[in-house]
Write a protein that binds this ligand. Structure first.
Ligand code: CAA
Length: 380
């Protein structure tokens, strides 16, 4: 594992940094306040190839490696964590799963527009009563011969209101437990598919989160991904990659808050000197810098292992577990360093603190990451 970034990776990092500063920073406070989806900014992200970053160019993607992907998400999340999750879900949870496991026909029909950014995708696993316990899916996909009849409700679906294609996980053979679960590509326009109201959230308010309601939706058989009963393993494999995306989002939030706290500490004066000269502040910054660097190592390592084709279930879980804790700790301390200014919207860090919390919850809570890591250790 070598962390000397290539020229191409450095260029992508710089392009993402410039994009975040010029296109995402203006209006980020207002989008958070109004829960406004960044439509115009997402269009520009499409032009930069950020919506299908790792997809093979033959399917309309940018064909970049996972290290480039995490570098880009980190830079975007430093400024706008909502834009980062929109990007992460489309890339990791939708495009990556379809590219790796779907049929050639499915790739031509769905992956090409998703990777080119003509449309957005969403991934629907969580349910009102099945979040962490993902095997207990209540949504059913009844086999009716040449189609499945989909019924049930999905909750907290990122990109839920703006997607065109949805990867939906549902139970076909309840008696078989997780081996009876399937994954399907479902189109927004199909009869019986309704989108619930937008959730009013604590953070990542620029991204849209909805419930999805399926009532007798006819899903053609050819829209099932993989063999019958592959859906749960499909979801787990997809989430292994997704967790790297969320880990890099968490890393970006932490780094963004740290950079703002450092800049503030160098100019804000108290007791006759810049506050960085007070050890109480300087030590906080030292801790923040150290833990962000440690998180970065875990995130880059997991991405590098993905590029090497290794199993990343453990390294991705470790990266997400650690980086999301660092995001939480760092943003809280960034607010503290800013004092009263940190508590108002203009200084950005209060938003970052709110945005950080979700990284410990979605795509597997921190407790789930510990299950994944501990089982992996136990197997060795
Ligand atoms: N990678 C690959 N395969 C895995 C896996 C992993 N990380 N974890 C489990 N599996 C496989 C197992 O090998 C097993 O397969 P076989 O039957 O072939 O042996 C199968 O899946 C079942 O595994 P378990 O017996 O371990 O299942 P479990 O019921 O004990 O649950 C779990 C395992 C790890 C807790 C899992 O349920 C889990 O990850 N839960 C969290 C779900 C999650 O992350 N939800 C987030 C929702 S998505 C989201 O947030 C989207 C968004 O919009 C941002």
């Amino acid at each position: 594992m070598d962390f000397n970034l290539t020229e191409e990776q450095l260029m992508i990092q710089q392009a993402a940094r410039d994009f975040a500063e010029t296109e995402l920073l203006p209006g980020v406070i207002e989008r958070d306040r109004d829960q406004k989806f960044p439509h115009d900014q997402v269009k520009k992200m499409v032009q930069m190839g950020f919506l299908g970053m790792m997809v093979d160019p033959k399917y309309g993607g940018a064909g970049m490696d996972a290290v480039s992907y995490v570098l880009a998400i980190e830079e975007i999340a430093k400024v706008d964590a909502s834009a980062a999750v929109i990007m992460s879900v489309n890339n990791s949870l939708v495009c990556a799963g379809i590219e790796k496991f779907a049929s050639e026909e499915q790739k031509q029909k769905y992956l090409v527009p998703l990777a080119q950014g003509d449309v957005l995708g969403a991934f629907a696993l969580s349910e009102p009563e099945a979040g962490s316990d993902a095997t207990s899916q209540k949504t059913t996909a009844e086999d009716k011969g040449d189609y499945y009849l989909l019924n049930g409700t999905k909750n907290w679906i990122t990109n839920g209101g703006n997607a065109t294609y949805y990867v939906v996980i549902a139970q076909t053979h309840p008696e078989k437990g997780h081996k009876g679960i399937n994954a399907f590509i479902v189109e927004r326009e199909w009869e019986g598919f309704d989108i619930g109201p937008k959730e009013e959230k604590l953070g990542i308010r620029g991204s849209d989160t909805h419930s999805l309601l399926f009532t007798d939706v006819k899903v053609p058989k050819e829209n099932r991904i993989g063999e019958d009963g592959f859906g749960f393993r499909f979801a787990m494999a997809v989430l292994n990659g997704g967790r790297i995306g969320i880990a890099s989002q968490a890393l970006g939030i932490a780094a963004g808050a740290y950079e703002r706290a450092l800049a503030y500490a160098k100019v804000r004066k108290s007791f006759g000197t810049e506050i960085i000269n007070h050890q109480a502040v300087a030590f906080k910054l030292a801790d923040m810098h150290t833990s962000i660097m440690a998180a970065r190592m875990l995130v880059y390592k997991a991405a590098a292992e993905k590029d090497e084709g290794k199993d990343i279930s453990e390294s991705g879980a470790m990266a997400k577990l650690f980086a999301s804790q660092v995001a939480m700790d760092t943003t809280v301390e960034a607010v503290q360093i800013h004092g009263g200014y940190g508590y108002v919207k203009e200084y950005h860090v209060e938003r970052m603190m709110r945005d950080a919390k979700i990284t410990q919850i979605y795509e597997g809570t921190s407790e789930i990451q510990k299950i994944v890591i501990s089982r992996s250790i136990a197997k060795r």
